[in-house]
Design a protein around this ligand. Structure first.
Ligand code: CU
Length: 379
């Protein structure tokens, strides 16, 4: 139906143009001739369009301004907002001066009988003015932007920051707190198992992996010793060799991990909900398992890509607790959230984890109730 309508519309249009051409022929005038009546009509149309255009700007502003970023709840968030507001403000001011003038002048200086256009080929003064003013404004804006950026990305004095790892995979997030030593243990994708979804390398996770591999190796050994069929025996031997080299890989990975990092993993806490103490510096480190994800926390003005095989991080300080924010937005059910902001697959839209910002006492209470990584291997 849509296709047919388009075709019919096109045919109609071509017919109208033909009629126009024929009527011109009859009147003995050329198509390119422009009468003063045409000029007058075009000028008035431009003015009308200009009015509607500016009106639509105000209308869209009124309707959609609330869809911009939510209230900022982090220290650097206010600086990013200020930068954004100044840039956007300048653009709007220039827009509101230039656009109405453009349309008004098109109307005011439309072709009228006996009015002749001025013929100006060049004006140095005008050239200098319209080059220097935008040049200076843009330079100031860019320097200001770079300064804000380097302030936001500042990595000095982060030793006292609370270290949290955020781990993305299709389609959920897991967090790991560094524990009492505030030091995260190493992790590797080979160490991932049902009990260790982040692949943390510790003495316990190594032992558990080796235990499972040994079990498989022993089972294969027994199978090989009783197997009579030559082909099957061969297949089993190949699997046996693979298991042996797998075991070797685990040992190498463990040996490569410094002793203090192996220990550092023991007090790590793997959790499915992020808690942040208010007004404390957070050093968030990001990893991904499968594809590129992007950790986005709109209220904290934080977004960082999570890339498999690569470590990224961000330092920020939340300034409003969940309770305070609930009052601010007048919504009892409000919760901070970390969303995936990179289309990463089928359930991307639902890839999120709740964040709770609370007082330091409440935070300590919560974290003392979490299970240390080493203890998760006890049972
Ligand atoms: Cu994702």
């Amino acid at each position: 139906m849509i296709l047919i309508s388009i075709i019919v519309a096109l045919i109609t249009l071509s017919q109208i143009i033909r009629i126009f051409e024929i009527s011109n022929k009859i009147k003995n005038s050329r198509e390119s001739d422009i009468t003063f009546k045409d000029n007058d009509r075009q000028g008035k149309l431009l003015l009308t369009f200009g009015f509607l255009f500016i009106a639509s700007f105000f209308l869209m502003n009124a309707k959609w301004t609330k869809s911009l970023l939510p209230i900022s709840a982090s220290e650097h968030g206010h600086e990013i907002d200020l930068l954004m507001n100044i840039s956007l403000g300048l653009i709007i001011i220039v827009f509101l001066i230039l656009q109405p003038v453009l349309f008004y002048f098109s109307y005011k200086y439309r072709g009228v009988k006996n009015r002749k256009a001025l013929f100006i080929t060049h004006n140095n003064k005008a050239e200098i003015i319209w080059t220097i003013i935008p040049g200076v404004v843009l330079t100031v804006l860019i320097i200001y932007g770079l300064q804000t950026w380097s302030k936001v990305m500042d990595r000095s004095n982060i030793d006292d920051a609370l270290v949290i790892e955020v781990y993305g995979r299709q389609f959920d997030w897991t967090a790991r707190y560094a524990g009492e030593d505030n030091f995260l243990g190493n992790a590797n994708v080979r160490f991932i198992s049902d009990a260790n979804i982040l692949g943390v390398i510790s003495n316990d996770s190594y032992k558990s992996q080796i235990f499972n591999i040994n079990k498989k190796i022993n089972k294969l050994k027994n199978q090989i010793s009783v197997e009579k069929n030559y082909i099957k025996k061969n297949q089993l031997s190949k699997r046996y060799e693979k298991m042996i080299s797998k075991k070797l890989r685990f040992s190498t990975l463990k040996e490569k991990t410094p002793k203090d990092l192996l220990k550092a993993a023991d007090d790590d806490l793997v959790v499915r909900e992020i808690h942040l103490p208010v007004n404390k510096k957070i050093h968030m480190k990001f990893r991904a398992q499968d594809v590129i994800h992007s950790a986005y926390m709109p209220h904290f003005r934080v977004q960082m890509n999570c890339v498999p095989g690569m470590n990224t991080d961000f330092v920020f300080r939340p300034t409003l607790t969940t309770e305070e924010m609930r009052k601010e937005v007048k919504n009892e059910d409000f919760d901070y959230v970390l969303l995936c902001n990179k289309v990463c697959g089928g359930a991307h839209y639902n890839m999120q984890i709740k964040i709770i910002v609370e007082s330091e006492e409440k935070f300590n209470q919560w974290i003392s109730g979490q299970t240390k990584f080493a203890l998760s291997y006890l049972n």
